[in-house]
Design a protein around this ligand. Structure first.
Ligand code: NDP
Length: 458
């Protein structure tokens, strides 16, 4: 008889943990999983999924505005009802969470609605149940949590993306702090739903690390959507004022807002997990240190997803969870390749991007050709407005290899997924040129840009 109660105990039923549990169980392992919030994790419950639903909701504002150009006469100005959206979102994430639970059960995984902490290399404690479980392997997949930084007087009056989905009413005025994915996506969507949005960040432009043309394009699109951009300014103090808050900014400006949302990044959720007791090493940001196979320094303990702070994206956590199960229970050694990951930012217009930016390409490769186009999307010809779409291909001039593709415009996220395959295969600019266009689409521009707009030479 085994000395262990289970072959695998997974802490955290988010994207990475659920995938690992199901695949390991499929290989015949006896698996248990603990989740102290809701099954599905950040992505399903208060991240990617509800965010995308809210983005869809917000884009009807553009559709209604554009409709007149195509002959539609709307009888009265459309009215948006926030509680209806929140309720519809809740139904959908409850359905998804239920599906996740059902799939785990179907795979034979035992689910504990409880907080689990490590007691040692092969033992966890279910806190509410007061029960110890001995496990041959433990997988930590606890994800991350919003970090509200830097501290200022009144920061306890602010919220994070955890709370924003379920606000009791649509904010009249909202201050969003930060310039990353979360900040720009929520600024873009709340502005469209009718909130007066101010977006403050320490940087001179949003989305540090993205290609500069995308950063400028998003800043411009946010301004056009009515967002008041305060770059280089952060809150210095927040105080209650009637039903809302008054915020004093670092430049002395005072802002009224019903809601202040901090979107200043996320930190690995390792606090109080018992990692020290189990001897698991963390880095200075609190992330669990792992190797290419998601192994920690303790042989029986692995970690996947945001808790390891590698590339903090849902599909990456899923891949890491799957690779862990293949390696430990499936008899195949699978390491996750974290290079060239396509990603999208769901502002309106949205970003789709894969590979490296123009600036990074120049730094890394020296001789770089850039093919860039900015045009009015076809829909805007009848709808009117100043909408522009931007596409950029960054090419290594010596080898002709495409190093990066960056798109700002409708459907950019969908395009990035497919471009991800091409770049992963090592596509050259000649491969793009040899590909026939799909007409009339916006994406056809990707295969019809003939001459470089800029040639960088060392
Ligand atoms: P990001 O890491 O994208 O951005 C963090 C922002 O906070 C940056 O603007 C950063 O500023 C700012 N910041 C960090 N520390 C401080 C500080 N001490 N003072 C002032 N500003 C600070 O984090 P998000 O919270 O936006 O998103 C969290 C993660 O979730 C992302 O890493 C992303 O992987 C994931 N995500 C993915 C989405 C998608 O795929 N579409 C959508 C939403 C989230 P600076 O730029 O100056 O460093």
């Amino acid at each position: 008889m085994s000395a262990h109660d289970v072959d695998l105990f997974v802490i955290g039923a988010g994207s990475g943990g659920v995938r690992a549990a199901r695949i390991a169980a499929g290989y015949g392992a006896k698996v248990a999983i603990a989740e102290d919030f809701r099954i599905g994790g950040t992505c399903v419950i208060r991240g990617c999924v509800p965010k995308k639903l809210y983005v869809y909701a917000s884009r009807f504002a553009d559709d209604f505005a554009d409709a007149a150009g195509f002959g539609w006469r709307l009888p009265a100005p459309p009215v948006f009802d926030w509680p209806s959206l929140v309720a519809a979102k809740e139904r959908e994430i409850t359905r998804l969470s239920g599906l996740y639970a059902a799939n785990l059960e179907k795979a034979g995984v035992a689910i504990h609605a409880d907080r689990a902490v490590l007691l040692g290399p092969n033992e966890v404690m279910l806190v509410r149940a007061g029960k110890r479980v001995a496990a041959r392997h433990i997988l930590v997949a606890t994800g991350g949590a919003p970090q509200q930084v830097p501290l200022f007087p009144g920061i306890e009056l602010t919220i994070s993306s955890n709370e924003v989905f379920d606000l009791p009413r649509l904010p009249r005025a909202m201050l969003i702090v930060g310039g990353g994915y979360v900040a720009v996506e929520f600024a873009s969507l709340f502005a469209r739903l009718g909130t007066k949005v101010t977006l403050a960040m320490r940087a001179d432009r949003p989305l540090r690390g993205f290609d500069d043309d995308l950063r400028e394009g998003v800043a411009d699109a946010l301004t056009r959507a009515g967002v008041d951009l305060r770059c280089g300014h952060m809150p210095a103090r927040a105080e209650k004022s009637g039903e809302g808050l008054v915020v004093t900014m670092s430049d002395g400006a005072r802002l009224d807002a019903d809601v202040v949302m901090m979107a200043t990044g996320r930190a690995p959720a390792t606090h109080g997990l018992g990692l020290e007791q189990a001897g698991v090493a963390c880095d200075r940001h609190g992330a669990i240190v792992v190797d290419a196979f998601s192994r920690t320094n303790v042989g029986s303990i692995h970690a996947v997803g945001d808790v390891t702070n590698r590339v903090n994206l849902t599909p990456v956590a899923i891949r890491e969870g799957h690779a862990f199960a293949d390696t430990v229970f499936g008899g195949k050694s699978v390491a996750v390749d974290h290079a060239t990951i396509a990603t999208a930012v769901f502002t309106t217009p949205e970003i789709g991007t894969v590979g490296i930016s123009e600036a990074a390409a120049i730094a890394d490769h020296g001789d770089v050709d850039v093919y860039k186009t900015a045009f009015r999307p076809m829909r805007a010809t009848l709808a009117g407005g100043e909408q522009r779409m931007m596409m950029k291909i960054v090419v290594d001039a010596k080898t002709d290899r495409v190093l990066g593709v960056h798109i700002l415009g409708e459907g950019a996220g969908e395009m990035a997924q497919l471009l991800g395959i091409a770049l992963k295969m090592g596509a050259t600019k000649a491969d793009f040129d040899a590909t026939m266009a799909v007409h009339p689409t916006a994406a056809e521009e990707l295969v019809t840009m003939r001459s470089p707009t800029t040639r960088h030479r060392r």
